[in-house]
Write a protein that binds this ligand. Structure first.
Ligand code: ADP
Ligand code: MG
Length: 249
């Protein structure tokens, strides 16, 4: 957990419902994420995991219920929304780096554009972050010249460059070749140890065991089960989770 042991949760979702047309994608979701907590979200495809992440930084609106981030309801628009987005980092399955910018430029871009940090200062910080995720030597290369694992570590450095209050990871290792999964998970475990608040959609049991405080099992738009990682993997409380685990393990 984080060194600042503040009791107030960083994010609280209460009775959140979300529809896409007639499809009820999030059903009465109640969830809190504490400061410094690492929450792993796991569950079958189509269960609403990505949508859940996307509601937290308001890439998706909700149809009912409320989401409070850092003590305030999620802003609908304008400056406050831009601020929220900059405070909630997001790392996707596809790295979404700018192909025509170097690794260093990719990481420095957010602070320069959004925070108006002078370029030289932003690049100095970007280089430190690239060191932290172990790819400073690649700083002047372009994304296509990097491995998938290196690109994803760049995406993590880019998220960190905004000094986020939390980072949402949506299946960050799913698109990677198997031999590159670990180098990305290692960076994430390190972040967790440093106290970053993280919501991580992943099926990587090893990561959940090493870093998660809690596992949430989601299916059909509902939170079916919420447990300690070890308990979830060794003794799931629901048939639904047992069935799911039997398929991925
Ligand atoms: P998961 O990440 O667990 O696989 P998603 O949140 O991506 O699940 O999807 C949950 C459900 O919402 C699925 O039925 C999916 O088809 C649907 N869905 C997701 N995004 C959209 C969208 N933009 N428009 C319509 N339906 C969507
Ligand atoms: Mg998804």
């Amino acid at each position: 957990m984080a060194e600042n042991g503040e009791a107030a949760p960083l994010v609280t979702l209460a009775h959140v419902d979300k529809y896409f047309g007639d499809v009820h994608v999030l059903k009465d979701i109640n969830l809190t994420v504490s400061r410094g907590e690492v929450l792993v979200v796991i569950g079958p495809s189509g269960g609403g995991k990505s949508t859940l992440c996307r509601t937290i930084n308001r890439l998706e609106t909700i149809d009912a219920g409320s989401i409070v981030f850092d003590g305030r309801p999620l802003p609908a628009e304008g400056r406050e929304l831009a601020r929220l987005r900059s405070e909630v980092g997001m790392v996707f399955q596809s790295f979404n780096l700018f192909a025509h910018k170097t690794i260093l430029e990719n990481v420095a871009l957010g602070p320069v554009k959004v925070r108006k940090v002078p370029r030289a200062q932003a690049e100095e910080r970007a280089l430190q972050l690239l060191e932290r995720v172990g790819i400073a030597a690649q700083a002047d290369k372009y994304p296509a010249q990097l491995s998938g694992g290196q690109q994803q570590r760049t995406a993590i450095a880019r998220a960190l460059a905004m000094d986020p209050k939390m980072i949402l990871f949506d299946e960050p290792t799913s698109a990677l070749d198997p031999e590159m999964v670990q180098e990305v998970l290692d960076v994430m475990v390190e972040l967790a140890r440093e106290g970053m608040t993280m919501v991580v959609v992943t099926h990587e049991m090893g990561f959940a065991r090493r870093a998660a405080n809690r596992v949430v099992f989601m299916a059909d738009g509902q939170i079916v089960e919420e447990s300690a990682p070890e308990e979830f993997f060794t003794n799931p409380g629901t048939e639904r989770a047992k069935d799911f685990l039997s398929k991925i393990l």
